[in-house]
Design a protein around this ligand. Structure first.
Ligand code: GLA
Length: 398
């Protein structure tokens, strides 16, 4: 869980703006909720190596990365950096291909806590199953605990090998998303295919939670931002898929109580409320780390819990087990009308023999009560209702 510079600033980064964002994350209470990694994406480094080492761009990071790392650590935050498994990064800065060991040592000496490792500018014939493990081993050899975030765009189906072979903690399953519906819905759909590969410490990564602004400009996309419903669906999908929750939100910009699309000088308070929801975060951070997936859609009414892939529909129910025996559900409406979505307990919680479940509204942080056999809700267009259900005895039925 953390923050990424990419969708907020692109290459227009500076140590001062990174510090401003970090301070805002502390002041808004996000650090204490678990958003601790501050990830500096592409463009922090120079175009050329100096004495064989990657060095920070001195104009953007005049105090150096080591200093910034200390500054972040003093505030209870962690530092994420970016590099690339090619000769140059996607923005043309010095990449790490052939320099894996020396770069991993450099990161460790600066106190880096996460490495995002991208896939641009690789010579033809480069085998990702060789270059990504090389950096994984180099990071491990430093002895420092560094989260290895592979960003191979899903080209070589990394879900099947990134965890074991490359020692990765997470791997991007697809291309970059745009902070708009249906871009995030498509990216989620792609990420969902690999649900069986998520496990504790190793996760499918659909990309960041980019919310509340136009890509790379740090300015809101006027009238074109995600709606409140879409923001809940976006966050709900990432939560239930156990995706890394990396917010690419301009937190240094003023946060206000504004309705959707009405104010271009700030971003709305409801984004903060959604990403700060403790019960949602608890589902995402659940120690079982079982990635939820779609078990029912209106395109396939007769799915069974053993189905590996249920086809997408207009209305869907995604679900996944939690460590304490509860089940997390997301009722998804991809259509344009308010629609009733029913979740069957036999399908989503086959181990609950009583077929009675206590249903909790995670967004509202309140109980709906105990229900028999199924639970249904009317869900708004492009919205996702996040629920936590616990098996209940017959007697508790009301
Ligand atoms: C690629 C990655 C993005 C971002 C940019 C930086 O496109 O997929 O997430 O890191 O590179 O150049």
């Amino acid at each position: 869980m953390g923050w990424s510079s990419w969708s907020v600033y692109g290459c227009d980064i500076h140590e001062d703006s990174i510090k401003q964002q970090a301070e805002a994350i502390v002041n808004l209470g996000l650090r204490d909720l678990g958003y601790t990694y501050i990830d500096i994406d592409d463009c922090w480094m120079s175009y050329e190596r100096s004495n064989g080492r990657q060095t920070a761009n001195a104009t953007l990071f005049p105090s150096g990365i080591g200093q910034l790392s200390t500054w972040l650590h003093q505030r209870g935050l962690k530092l994420g950096l970016y590099s690339d498994a090619g000769s140059a990064t996607c923005q043309g800065r010095a990449g790490s291909l052939g320099f894996e060991e020396v770069d991993a040592e450099t990161y460790a000496s600066w106190g880096v806590d996460l490495l995002k490792y991208d896939t641009c500018n690789q010579p033809p014939g480069t085998d990702p199953k060789l270059v990504y493990p090389k950096m994984g081993r180099a990071l491990n050899a430093t002895g420092r605990d560094i989260w290895y975030m592979m960003c191979e765009w899903g080209h070589d189906d990394p879900a099947g090998w990134a965890g074991q072979l490359a020692l990765a903690n997470s791997w991007r399953t697809g291309n970059d998303l745009m902070p708009l519906y249906p871009s995030f819905a498509d990216v989620a759909e792609n990420n969902a295919r690999w649900w069986q590969h998520a496990r504790p410490g190793q996760y499918n990564d659909p990309d960041t939670l980019a919310m509340g602004f136009e890509f790379g400009t740090a300015a809101p996309l006027d009238g074109n931002m995600l709606t409140l419903a879409e923001t809940r669906l976006y966050f709900g999908l990432w939560v239930i898929m156990k995706a890394p929750l990396v917010l690419s939100v301009n937190f240094a910009r003023e946060v206000r109580q504004v309705p959707h699309g009405q104010d271009s000088a700030s971003w709305p308070r409801w984004i903060l409320d959604i990403v700060s929801n403790r019960e949602a975060i608890a589902i995402n951070q659940d120690p079982l780390s079982a990635q939820a997936h779609r078990l029912w859609s209106d395109a396939s009414n007769n799915s069974s819990p053993s189905a590996v892939f249920v086809p997408p529909g207009r209305l869907e129910v995604w679900s996944g087990p939690l460590a304490d025996g509860d089940v997390a559900l997301l009722l998804v409406n991809k259509g344009d009308n308010l629609s009733l979505i029913n979740a069957s307990f036999a399908l989503h919680a086959p181990r609950c023999a009583s077929r009675h479940m206590r249903v909790r509204d995670v967004w509202g942080q309140r109980s709906y009560g105990v229900y028999n056999v199924s639970f249904g809700l009317k869900v708004a267009p492009h919205d996702g209702e996040l629920l936590r259900c616990s098996c209940a005895s017959l007697r508790s039925y009301r």
